[in-house]
Unconditional design. Structure first.
Length: 336
């Protein structure tokens, strides 16, 4: 089902596949693993030139490279290259190391702590320049952007004290590929002739359907998967996980912050305990696909389809709406 979130331009979608995923409204799992394109080697920590690309080459990102610079608003894809965010705005969003405890804060206060605005996750500018994820801030590669999203998600987790190795999110090849296959199934007829099905279902086809979640469980045959995956990669299949579809990002927003409206608008609407927020903090692996809804429109939506899989870590915080919750006994090092 698709859930419209308080008019904030966010639609977060449950995966209607088989199995039980996060135990959240966005759980479910025909969502499997995600996918990419194997250029280079090593996940995550190598130099930019050695990073492994996870977003497949088939992802149509040309407009995301050009639109941010049309009209001269932005100068590059790094935070300081974003034209509408002033130095004082960034200064107001620095992080002093405070660990934010959602059990002790109202929904609004917690959202404001993590996201001073929908384009500014607290501390993200400093994280960007510490890691320097883009060799060329005007022309980041898919591999660099994939790695930046891993770094950014782990920073969001650090804001609530999730810093141990078992709490670090990882990129997953099948999750990236499945996110893109879902978008191709939803927004095009690329797969329709070979893979007929029930219009508007989770597996598609999707053209003419109002189901924002359409395409979530679509997985092509191994022979058709291969061009999207590194050579010799095993077939992707349905595994436990979840999916969110977020039409809050824009096609003309630079890459360093394009993802943040998906998280921040959802956090504002649902709070930490919302089902569609949960995977950002608690799932082991992820894959992203961004899709330009109208390539000819500079202000078009860049829908983010996010897939999550792997181990679901338990929350170290308790929901204050639960009578048994003691807000003073939650968080890392405590037992909720």
């Amino acid at each position: 089902m698709a859930v419209s979130l308080l008019g904030l331009g966010v639609v977060a979608c449950s995966d209607s596949g088989s199995g039980n995923g996060d135990g959240d409204p966005n759980a479910g799992s025909g969502n499997g693993t995600g996918g990419g394109n194997g250029n280079g080697g090593g996940q995550g920590d190598g130099a930019a030139g050695s990073l492994l690309q996870y977003t497949p080459n088939q992802a149509k990102w040309d407009t995301f490279a050009s639109k941010p610079f049309e009209g001269g608003t932005n100068s590059a894809h790094d935070p300081d290259g974003v034209g509408w965010i002033s130095p004082s705005d960034w200064a107001a969003a620095t992080w002093d190391g405070t660990i934010y405890n959602p059990s002790r804060m109202s929904k609004a206060d917690f959202a404001a702590a993590i996201c001073p605005s929908v384009d500014r996750v607290r501390g993200i500018r400093e994280v960007f320049y510490r890691h320097k994820p883009f060799a060329d801030n005007k022309n980041p590669t898919k591999a660099e952007i994939d790695e930046w999203h891993r770094i950014a998600i782990n920073h969001v987790r650090a804001l609530i004290g999730y810093t141990t190795e078992d709490r670090q999110v990882k990129k997953d090849h099948c999750m990236f590929a499945r996110s893109l296959w879902g978008d191709e199934r939803k927004f095009t007829t690329l797969w329709d002739a070979k893979y007929p099905g029930t219009l508007g279902s989770a597996a598609g086809p999707c053209q003419g359907s109002g189901n924002a979640h359409c395409g979530a469980s679509f997985i092509p045959e191994l022979a058709d998967q291969a061009p999207y995956l590194p050579g010799g990669h095993a077939a992707c299949s349905a595994t436990q996980g979840s999916e969110g579809v977020f039409p809050a990002p824009k096609s003309n927003i630079p890459w360093s912050i394009k993802w943040s409206r998906a998280l921040c608008n959802t956090l504002l609407a649902e709070g930490f305990w919302g089902g569609h927020v949960g995977p950002w903090f608690h799932r082991e692996m992820f894959g992203f696909s961004f899709w330009d809804s109208d390539p000819g429109n500079n202000n078009s939506i860049a829908t983010l389809r996010a897939k999550w899989t792997g181990k679901l870590m338990p929350s170290l915080y308790c929901d204050p709406a639960d009578a048994a919750c003691d807000p003073n006994k939650t968080g890392p090092g405590s037992s909720p």
